[in-house]
Design a protein around this ligand. Sequence first.
Ligand code: PMP
Ligand code: GLN
Length: 392
Amino acid sequence: MKPTNPVFTGIDTTVFETMSRLAKAHYAVNLGQGFPDVDGPEDIRKVAAEALIDGPNQYPPMLGLPELREAVAEANLRFYGLDVDPQTEVLVTSGATEALADCILSLISPGDEVVLIEPLYDCYLPLVRRAGGIPVRVRVTPPEWALDRDALADAFSDKTKAILLNNPMNPTAKVFSEDELQFIADLCVRHDAYAICDEVYEHLVFDGKVHRPLMTFEGMRERSVRIGSAGKTFSLTGWKVGYVTGPAHLMDPIAKAHQWVTFTTPPNLQKAVAYGLKKGNDYYDGLVQDLTAKRDRMARGLEGLGFSVLPCAATYFLTCGIDGLGLGETDVEACETLVKEAGVAAVPVSAFYGADAPTGYIRFCFCKQDAVIDEARARLSAFLTAERAESA
Ligand code: PMP
Ligand code: GLN
C-alpha cells in the first residue's frame, strides 16, 4: 500500500497521553499531563448547561459567537490595553491546539523557515512540518532557561516567515522578560517575520508578575497573532475552547484555515466562556492565589525529598532536577520508575526537545487538590526511603 503522510506515520503518541495511560494502569497519582483535578467555576458550567438545554445547538457563526468575540476583544483591552475589533480581529477555535494549527496552516508556506524555541510543546513541530515549514530551533536549557540572544539572532534570516513563541512557557514555567520580548520583537520587525504567540498561560502568572503579550511591542500589532485557551483560564481543559486575536489581514486567512479544520466550536461552551471572560478581578486574582499556594505546597514537598525544584513564574508546572536521587540514568527512566514503583506520574523534560536533550529533569503538574499533592509526596517519600534502605 502507498505510504501515509510521514509527518504522522510511526511517530510516538504524545507524552501527555502516554503518561496518563501509564498512570491509570498503575493506579498512580497523575502529576504528568497538565490538567486541574477540580473543574472550573460552577457558574460558568451552569451557563453552558443551560445553553445546552435551551439551545440553539446548531452551527454557530464560523468566526465564533458574536458575544464571545466581543468578550475576547474586551479582555484584550482590559488586560493589555489592546484595541481589538471583534468583527475582524477575533476567531474562536476548538482549543488553542486548533488555533495553532489554523495559524500555522495559513501563515506558513512550504519552504518557509519557522523559528522555534525548545523545549517545544508537543504539537508545534509536527504542525510546522505538515505545513511544509522548515523548523529552525534554538533552545533554552535548565536550570536557568536563559535565552541565548546570539543564537536567536542567528536563527532569523530573510527566509524566516514566523517565530512561534510560547510565553508563559510550558514546561519551563518561564515568563520571558521585557528585554527578551523586546529583542524578539526587534528581530521580527527587522526580518519582516510574523509572531504566532501561544499565550494559553496568560492568566496563570505568579508573584506579582504580569503577562505582557508580544503583540503590545512596537511594530508587532500588525504582525502578531495571540492565542488564548479557556481551558487554562477557567480550569476546564476538556472544553477545548480557544481564541485567536490578530490584525484583520492575518485573521482572514487564519479563519479560512479554521473553516476547513473544524468550522465551528460548540455554541453552549462559547456562551459560557463569554460569560467567564467578563468575571471580575477577584476571579483572576483568586486563580493565581490558588495556584500559587499549590505550587508552593508541591515545591516544599519535593524539595524536602531531595528534588532540586527550579523557580516557577507561571503555568501549571514545576520542573525538578533529579540528580542524586537514584531514579535511573535518564529522565525517561526516572518517570517510568516513578509511575510504576512509586505510584506517581510525571513527565520527562527531554520529551520537549529533539536530539541532545537535557535528561536530568522531570516535570510535575501542581494544579491538584492539596490532599492529592500530599498523597504524591507521601508516595515519593516512601519509595525514596525504601530505595535508600535497599542501597545502604
Ligand atoms: N499550548 C500550550 C503551551 C499548552 O500547554 C497547551 C495545553 N494544554 C495548549 C497549547 C493546548 O491548549 P488547548 O487545550 O486549549 O488546545
Ligand atoms: N498542555 C498539557 C500539558 O502540557 C497537555 C495537553 C494535552 O495533553 N494535549 O501537559
